[in-house]
Design a protein around this ligand. Structure first.
Ligand SMILES: Nc1ncnc2c1ncn2[C@@H]1O[C@H](COP(=O)(O)OP(=O)(O)O)[C@@H](O)[C@H]1O
Ligand code: SF4
Ligand SMILES: [Mg+2]
Length: 319
């Protein structure tokens, strides 16, 4: 199968001023040597607890953030290979018509003063696809029904809808330009479990009907195993393990992935053990301070990937 996205050795550092008189800047290594490929027509899951760099990664994928290092390649259906950092303004807007980012928390991302119609067509209005209000209305009517709402809902306001319905509106907004790839950032996390299931079913149906590719970002490994084809597990900005969802579920190899599957995450946070979200230095295993198997090498060297089986790789010195 062919790739739609390739991420190569991506880095993102934020420089925090430690204070006005401070001499040293503090670096936050939010994303560290991140590489993965997304195959066209599949769902790639990025999983990890809050603060591990998932949203930063998504923002680099749509170039809201520029990377500190590394490259992102996009393959449009025309067969070209585009390096995102090299796109000019016009090419970038074209890219952003094909690749959409759906945010977490629809309550805050939908402007309460706008009608649903204005919310979902706002991006279209300033794009190369705008063909006037009449065509936009037809498009919006088709899409609002596709996400399970009614035509007349276009003239109501987002505040009149439930959380699950607002998430449907934000999906409709993401679909209006007929994108090829959608980055879903914690789109079900704020919802009740039964509503989560409905939204995931909707995303599955849309994927099949429109031949979409998803990057599905979540802190919930179980949801990811259910919905994704392949999963990358991140810890403190580092991809520590990657595998097809079924393999990861059966044969998790990284001590952190195992911990996530054992549900020990809750125990750790309730025992007041500090969960550090970013690295202080780049040259160590991100899990070293918490890993029961850590050796000296783990605190002075970032493990490179080891291949276990076809498509399954892990960053850990343990055999
Ligand atoms: N604009 C920013 N400035 C400084 N630090 C940031 C910024 N955005 C994110 N971070 C830091 O980068 C790390 C990763 O954040 P984020 O990508 O939002 O994680 P996640 O989405 O996995 O919860 C966090 O430590 C966060 O505080
Ligand atoms: S590299 Fe070392 S610290 Fe990191 S997970 Fe493996 S054993 Fe643990
Ligand atoms: Mg986030």
């Amino acid at each position: 199968m062919e790739n739609i996205i390739e991420v190569k050795n991506l880095y993102k550092q934020f420089n925090l001023e430690a204070g006005f008189f401070a001499k040293n800047k503090q670096n936050v290594y939010a994303v560290n040597d991140l590489s993965f490929d997304v195959e066209r027509g599949t769902t790639y899951g990025i999983v990890g607890e809050s603060g591990c760099g998932k949203t930063t990664t998504a923002k680099m994928l749509i170039q809201l953030y520029r990377q500190t290092g590394g490259e992102i390649f996009y393959y449009p259906e025309s067969g070209e290979k585009l390096s995102l950092a090299a796109l000019n303004k016009k090419e970038l807007s074209r890219y952003r018509e094909e690749v959409k980012y759906i945010f977490q928390d629809p309550a805050r991302s939908l402007n309460p003063r706008m009608s649903v119609f204005d919310v979902i067509t706002a991006g279209l209005r300033y794009s190369s696809l705008w063909q006037g209000k009449k065509e936009a209305l037809e498009r919006a009517e088709t899409i609002i029904k596709e996400v399970g709402l009614k035509g007349e809902d276009l003239f109501r306001r987002p505040a009149e809808f439930s959380g699950g319905q607002r998430q449907r509106i934000s999906i409709a907004r993401g679909l209006i330009m007929n994108p090829r790839l959608i980055l879903c950032d914690e789109v079900v996390s704020a919802l009740d479990v039964s509503i989560q299931g409905q939204i995931i079913n909707l995303l599955s149906d849309l994927k099949a009907a429109r031949n979409l590719t998803y990057v599905f970002i979540t802190h919930d490994l179980k949801v990811a195993c259910y919905f994704c084809d392949k999963i990358g597990v991140m810890y403190r900005g580092v991809l520590v393990e990657e595998a097809p969802a079924a393999d990861l579920y059966k044969n998790a190899a990284h001590p952190y992935t195992k911990l996530l599957f054992n549900g020990a995450k809750g125990e750790l946070s309730s025992s007041n053990k500090e969960v550090k979200t970013t690295l202080e230095k780049e040259n160590c295993c991100p899990f070293a301070y918490r890993c029961p198997h850590a050796s000296d090498r783990c605190s002075s060297e970032l493990p490179q990937f080891r291949q276990l089986e076809e498509g399954h790789r892990v960053r850990c010195f343990l055999d």
